[in-house]
Design a protein around this ligand. Structure first.
Ligand code: ATP
Ligand code: MG
Length: 424
């Protein structure tokens, strides 16, 4: 193969595939295999509707390529590879993704392919600075990494002398060359979500409302490998069907990262009316929150969900003072994870924007908590205040009522572009 073939514009034989790098999980020693298998499973699941892909693994990296055994699917177009990248980078455990050229041959093949690769990068006519970084994983290859970089870099600088200059400190782009059982070339490294693969840290129940906070809380726990079920307390007609649709939509947006979510919608109307009629108004929010916790905790118990998750943040509203949190914490027999507890609202909003839930969260449909809230809720309730406020209630009967009125929907991810997201 000759370098001159680049000048004839005949594309050289190569495969366009995806290199996926795993993060933290590679540090996990003994569990590493299990974690890698889980990432692969999650990736397969996330790519299911885009075609058939062969996903393989070597040296803590994962390769995604069109499945040669199937007629449909594969990276036949650049837009298809972009779709796949977009999905793969949202799988927790993945640190970065690169579209890669894979080809066979010795140093001449690498040189020729590097010329073709760079001629495509330079096709817009802009002048750019660059450097080459090489890695030799195949010890029998007759050139060492610095020699490969020197040869390829020198050739490129000479071939494209009107557009390219070498800059080893701050180049516009780096051409990466890897020599392993095949040769690989790439120049872009796209950042992914990082975290741990969902399915490696147990299964929790997210109390999901239509607000800004709880979707972010769910995202954060999923990023630590926790699988999610979600529970929404719906009080129709005090809260509209649009409010419920909004929660379903939020669950779909989180499922992009967390995978499939079972959403349990509790009919909360009669319970809420009872609370309104039999509890002091200034304690209404606390009693309602304790009621939600009881139902969620009992449901979690019988569904093997090991933790509850809320979007609470210390001091954010009257029901999230330390005293108020103590009164709700006391209800649950399992850990209550509140990943936003120490975050400013601005920080939570920034995450919500980045993950694409913000625009849906701010749609103006009433949450059931806002419908009955008192003008002056008690901000520092003691446990005794809470227990006192509930003394007229038949708690067990209300919990049974809630547990008997649950509709479950299986939520799959929403990927359409109408939900804007930020870069990682
Ligand atoms: P969010 O933005 O998540 O609604 P918030 O700041 O509005 O949170 P609250 O309304 O006080 O706070 O709710 C605190 C937490 O209680 C929520 O983050 C959520 O986890 C849970 N929660 C509140 N309302 C509901 C609901 N209707 N269904 C399920 N969970 C709820
Ligand atoms: Mg709310």
């Amino acid at each position: 193969m000759s370098v001159q073939s680049l000048l004839t514009n005949t594309p050289l034989p190569k495969d366009k595939i995806l290199l996926v790098r795993l993060g933290e999980i590679t540090l996990k020693g003994m569990n590493r295999h299990k974690f890698e298998q889980q990432v692969i499973r999650n990736m397969k699941h996330r790519l299911k509707d885009l075609g058939h892909f062969a996903i393989s693994q070597s040296h803590s990296r994962i390769w995604v390529e069109p499945d040669p055994a199937s007629a449909s699917g594969g990276f036949s177009t650049d837009s298809q590879i972009e779709h796949v990248i977009d999905r793969v980078k949202d799988v927790f455990g993945v640190v970065s993704v690169s579209p890669v050229w894979r080809f066979a041959g010795g140093i001449e093949a690498i040189e020729a392919m590097a010329c073709e690769f760079v001629s495509q990068l330079l096709s817009d006519g802009r002048k750019q600075s660059f450097k080459v970084e090489s890695r030799r994983g195949l010890k029998s290859f007759p050139y060492q990494s610095p020699e490969i970089s020197g040869r390829v870099g020198g050739l490129l600088a000479e071939t494209f002398s009107s557009q390219l200059t070498v800059n080893v400190k701050e180049p516009d782009f780096i051409l990466y060359v890897e020599v392993r059982e095949h040769n690989y070339l790439y120049s872009s490294i796209i950042k992914a979500q990082r975290g741990l693969p969902v399915g490696t840290s147990g299964h929790g129940l997210l109390l999901l409302s239509g607000g800004i906070d709880s979707p972010v809380a769910g995202y954060l726990m999923a990023s630590r490998g926790m699988m999610l079920d979600a529970m929404y307390f719906h009080a129709y007609p005090f809260t509209s069907d649009q409010a419920r649709e909004k929660v379903v939509d939020l669950a779909r947006l989180i499922a992009r990262y967390a995978g499939r979510i079972r959403l349990h919608v509790v009919n909360f109307t009669d319970i809420q009316i009872t609370l309104r009629d039999f509890c002091p108004p200034e304690m209404m929010t606390i009693v309602m929150r304790r009621m939600m916790m009881r139902i969620a905790d009992r449901f979690a118990e019988s569904n093997h969900l090991k933790a509850l998750i809320t979007g609470e943040s210390l001091g954010q509203v009257a029901s999230q003072t330390l005293e108020a949190l103590v009164t709700t914490d006391q209800i649950s027999t399992r850990p209550v994870f509140r990943p936003l507890i120490g975050l400013d609202k601005d920080d939570t909003v920034a995450i919500a924007r980045r993950i694409g839930t913000f625009e849906t969260s701010i749609l103006p449909f009433e949450d059931c908590c806002t419908v009955f809230v008192a003008k002056h809720p008690k901000t520092h309730p003691s446990l005794t205040d809470a227990v006192d406020a509930e003394k007229e209630l038949d708690i067990d009967a209300l919990v049974t009522l809630g547990l008997g009125a649950i509709e479950t929907e299986v939520i799959t991810p929403r990927y359409d572009e109408s939900a804007p997201r930020g870069d990682v």
